[in-house]
Design a protein around this ligand. Structure first.
Ligand code: ADP
Ligand code: MG
Length: 471
């Protein structure tokens, strides 16, 4: 005992906690993450854990701290909190408390303001930049990203790029299957940079958006201002570059933009669903350029990681979810983190609305339903709206009786896309377009297919719209 209620940690308690951790997380995770922890002081119900690096602190705090706290609390009810610090020296201010860190300031006023501050050198940048960059999701920050074996490398690389003021790896190329966290990491990088250095002009956009702006600029003969937009960018992030494949002119432009920015020492971050070498449709030149920096992949999730994500998410929702239910979800939904999250949210919402307890039985019931309901989320309204915008006509013309080519063609495109991208039947589509007959829809589909074969500009429009809507 040193003073007040400060005491040294009972090592026997800590040993028992460690034994449990080893059982729960397995030998190798235990070796990597638990063995390096030193537990020394217990103060005001807080156990202080010391780890050698910041990276470990962050990882342990998102992945293990809560479990350590809970186990320890089971051993000794006085322990209410665990605090992680780095090294033996200065006290670290970041605490791993009884819950995993909540998102750092989901972009409140300060952040929003920071994100529109553009680099002083770029006169025309604010308006263009704001238009260019897609909005960032406030939940996609590093603090909310659960790290495990499958993604630790990509995470560390993303962190590095976000934290260094100089260009680190150029480009950073993140790749992995659907729903494994590429977009999350990219947004996290953007948030972090915007927060650390608001003057750095960060532009994040999907490859579809990039192509879309590019093709529009071409059409409107506005390439000069298109290029101008990129001139002021310090960090360019393009998500899902596999969609740039196959379009020669866009690839060419992308290549030039890319080279120009790299030559000027700007940071580039890209993502794709395949590694650069497997992006078959991309030309050799661009492909080798893409792999010239650091390529980091996100592997499919493991059971342990899925469980960790569910823990974090449940904690975030502030709802106790029985371990059995989490394990069930982590077993059943293994493909994709997005679906895992969706399933949990749905269970929790159900329990809250119906008021019942969240049990394994309700989870099994609801999940059956959920696995069946793999319906497309895209609505015909959305399609009509996007298509109308694209062709600069009114949405109301989608269902109006006007037959002039200017509105009839876009309407046909929207019908075609409704057929392709939703599970609606022809009569349902007809009804959504001002009560037209299903044969009219059929005709529209044929017409669009024919035109796509004979008119390459038209085909490109349709393809762009498809990609936009699918993204
Ligand atoms: P991708 O872009 O690779 O298809 P996303 O980044 O959109 O995947 O991720 C899908 C969803 O899963 C998002 O809501 C994201 O927050 C979540 N997610 C993915 N990986 C993790 C992780 N390691 N920790 C927390 N959430 C994750
Ligand atoms: Mg994505």
């Amino acid at each position: 005992m040193t003073r007040g209620d400060e005491a040294t940690v009972d090592q026997a308690e800590w040993d028992r906690v460690k034994t449990r951790l080893k059982q729960e997380f397995g030998e190798s995770a235990f070796k990597s993450w638990v063995t390096p922890i030193t537990a020394s002081v217990l103060r005001d119900g807080e156990v202080e854990l010391t780890v050698p690096t910041r990276f470990m602190r962050d990882w342990i705090s998102t992945h293990y701290a809560e479990r350590i706290r809970a186990l320890w609390n089971g051993e000794n009810p006085h322990v209410r909190k665990v605090v992680l610090k780095v090294g033996a020296g200065a006290r670290d201010t970041r605490l791993a408390q009884s819950r995993p860190p909540t998102p750092v300031a989901p972009p409140g006023a300060a952040r929003v303001r920071a994100s529109v501050v553009e680099s002083a050198s770029a006169k025309s940048a604010p308006a263009l930049g704001a238009e260019l960059s897609a909005p960032l999701d406030s939940r996609y920050v590093f603090e909310n990203f659960v790290v495990g074996k499958p993604n630790e490398f990509a995470y560390a690389a993303a962190k590095r790029v976000a934290e260094s003021d100089q260009v680190s790896f150029n480009p950073l190329f993140l790749y992995g299957g659907v729903g494994l966290g590429k977009t999350h990491l990219m947004h996290a990088i953007a948030w972090e940079i915007r927060q650390r250095t608001p003057t750095r002009h960060v532009v994040y956009l999907s490859a579809e958006k990039f192509m879309y702006s590019f093709v529009r600029a071409l059409r409107n003969q506005d390439m000069v201002s298109f290029k101008e937009q990129f001139r002021s960018v310090d960090v360019l992030m393009i998500d899902d570059v596999q969609f740039i494949s196959g379009k020669d002119s866009t690839q060419e432009e992308f290549f030039h933009t890319f080279n120009a920015l790299v030559d000027q020492g700007r940071q580039i971050v890209l993502s794709a669903d395949k590694s650069p070498s497997n992006l078959e449709e991309i030309g050799d030149r661009l492909r080798s350029r893409l792999s010239s920096g650091l390529v980091a992949d996100l592997h499919p999730t493991t059971f342990e990681l899925r469980l960790g994500i569910l823990d974090a998410k449940a904690e975030h929702l502030g709802v106790p979810v029985p371990q059995k239910v989490k394990e069930f979800l982590a077993h059943k939904i293994s493909s994709n983190v997005r679906e895992l999250e969706g399933a949990l949210t749905r269970l929790v919402a159900h329990a809250q609305l119906v008021g019942g307890a969240l049990t394994l039985e309700t989870a099994q019931d609801l999940l059956q339903d959920l696995l069946r309901a793999h319906d497309r989320r895209l609505t015909m309204e959305e399609i009509q709206k996007r298509v109308a915008e694209h062709f600069k006509i009114r949405v109301s013309d989608m269902s109006s009786a006007r037959r002039s080519r200017v509105v009839a063609r876009p309407r046909q495109v929207a019908m075609y896309l409704s057929k392709q991208l939703t599970s609606r039947s022809l009569p349902e589509i007809g009804r959504a377009f001002g009560g037209r007959d299903h044969t009219t829809v059929m005709h529209a589909v044929k017409k669009v297919e024919e035109l796509s074969k004979s008119d390459s500009a038209f085909a490109e429009d349709v393809e762009l719209l498809t990609r936009m809507l699918e993204s």
